[in-house]
Write a protein that binds this ligand. Structure first.
Ligand SMILES: Cc1cc2nc3c(=O)[nH]c(=O)nc-3n(C[C@H](O)[C@H](O)[C@H](O)COP(=O)(O)OP(=O)(O)OC[C@H]3O[C@@H](n4cnc5c(N)ncnc54)[C@H](O)[C@@H]3O)c2cc1C
Length: 384
């Protein structure tokens, strides 16, 4: 296997590195590196900077802003972005609804939504999960019933990430209750400002407000906001979830967290052979995952993500959690003082260690729980 980058790819990597480390505000990159929460404005600013340079959605078809890069180039772009502490383009826009609209949307939908989606002029939320339809997504109960030219939507979504910022939500709805459950689902685009849409916050274990419930009560949605064929929502959801899983193996970000932890606790690590072994093992595992990510990217054919995207989701989240656990151990008892303010004697990274660790428990749940990924791997890859 050839592991060395060609001169062209090395030059490309340098170009990306230069851009990300000089063109995206240092304030934003430092906040990411130090694990601080970003504001909506910062996320929008960062994505617009990328989009202006053609670096927000390079994986989209070229007619909608894609760059036609090789999978390796895309990988280098994503790695360097994370390495520089640049927030990755909002996944709901860049990796989920954008590619879906480019593949399944009508011409009008593409013209209307794709430019705004790439530039984060529209902030999208993902309205898939419901109280009894998470892993068993085909059980969605939110209904859409045709009334004249409009759909009338009723029901409840849950775990809607950053729904408090969202302008629009792409929503799985039941459009035919009479058929097999997978066959009666459609995908609707709903403007969050429509009367009858209500967002209710859910408080997380780290005290943050990252997820929400979204309620729909007699929400009227224009008929042409249905994506693809009527009752083809299950096919579209599978396409979208495969892309989501590729995007949730944050190898570059996890490598950056590990490098940052090594820098902060260099003396501690140098003095302790067990800690050194733990760090080395994590670095090796991350390298193996990086190679797997490249293989998955290279084998995704015809817009269909490779089933190994489940391996990326599974292993990516496990490593992300393992590094956050290491940081808690490096921070020691100080990591419990998460409530202390900025005037505390303790370093910020140590105070943020426990909330970050707790927050990342989510990584093995969202994007399809890791237990379910194991089932997909056993069935579709191992043939068990
Ligand atoms: C922080 C966070 C953000 C999220 N953001 C969004 C979002 O923006 N939009 C959205 O639509 N959804 C979002 N989700 C929802 C997420 O995708 C679901 O939580 C996830 O798919 C699991 O579904 P569930 O919570 O209903 O758990 P359940 O499906 O009820 O699972 C409960 C437990 O049973 C296990 N289990 C279930 N089925 C099987 C099986 N067949 N075999 C073995 N074990 C099984 C699960 O692994 C889990 O441990 C988010 C979730 C979290 C935690």
């Amino acid at each position: 296997m050839q592991l060395e980058l060609s001169e062209e790819d090395q030059a490309f990597r340098q170009e990306m590195r230069d851009f990300f480390t000089t063109q995206v505000s240092e304030e934003i990159r430092t906040a990411v590196t130090e694990g601080r929460e970003l504001t909506k404005d910062q996320l929008v600013e960062s994505m617009r900077t990328l989009n202006e340079a053609g670096l927000a959605v390079p994986h989209w078809p070229e007619e909608y802003g894609g760059r036609g890069w090789s999978d390796l180039k895309r990988h280098l772009w994503f790695e360097e972005m994370q390495r520089a502490g640049v927030p990755t383009p909002l996944a709901f826009n860049a990796s989920m609804i954008g590619p879906v609209l480019a593949q399944f949307g009508s011409e009008e939908q593409k013209l209307e939504f794709l430019p705004k989606t790439a530039n984060l002029d529209i902030w999208w939320a993902q309205g898939f999960s419901e109280p009894d339809a998470g892993s068993d997504l085909a059980s969605v109960r939110t209904t859409a019933v045709l009334d004249g030219d409009d759909w009338v939507v009723n029901g409840q979504k849950t775990w809607t990430t950053l729904g408090q910022h969202a302008d629009w939500i792409f929503t799985l709805v039941r459009t035919d209750p009479e058929v097999k459950k997978q066959a009666g689902i459609s995908l609707l685009l709903i403007d969050m400002a429509t009367p009858g849409v209500e967002v209710r916050p859910i408080e997380l274990i780290d005290g943050g407000h990252e997820v929400n419930e979204v309620w729909f009560e007699d929400v009227r949605v224009p008929g042409d906001h249905l994506v693809g064929e009527l009752n083809s929502g299950w096919t579209i959801a599978k396409f979208l979830l495969g892309n989501e899983r590729v995007g949730v193996a944050p190898v570059g970000a996890t490598k950056r967290s590990l490098a940052y932890a090594k820098e902060l606790a260099a003396d501690l690590i140098a003095d302790d052979p067990l800690l050194r072994a733990r760090v080395a093992e994590l670095e090796n595992e991350l390298l193996a995952l990086e190679l797997t990510a490249l293989r998955v990217a290279a084998h995704s054919a015809g817009g269909e993500p490779h089933p190994a995207s489940s391996v990326l989701k599974l292993k990516g989240s496990v490593l992300q959690q393992a590094v956050s656990e290491l940081v808690v151990d490096l921070a020691g008892p100080g990591s419990l003082a998460s409530g202390a303010g900025d005037d505390s004697d303790l370093d910020g990274w140590a105070r943020r260690a426990t909330p970050t660790y707790l927050n990342l428990r989510k990584a093995s749940i969202y994007g399809g729980s890791n237990e379910v990924q194991r089932q997909i791997i056993s069935r579709t890859i191992l043939g068990l």
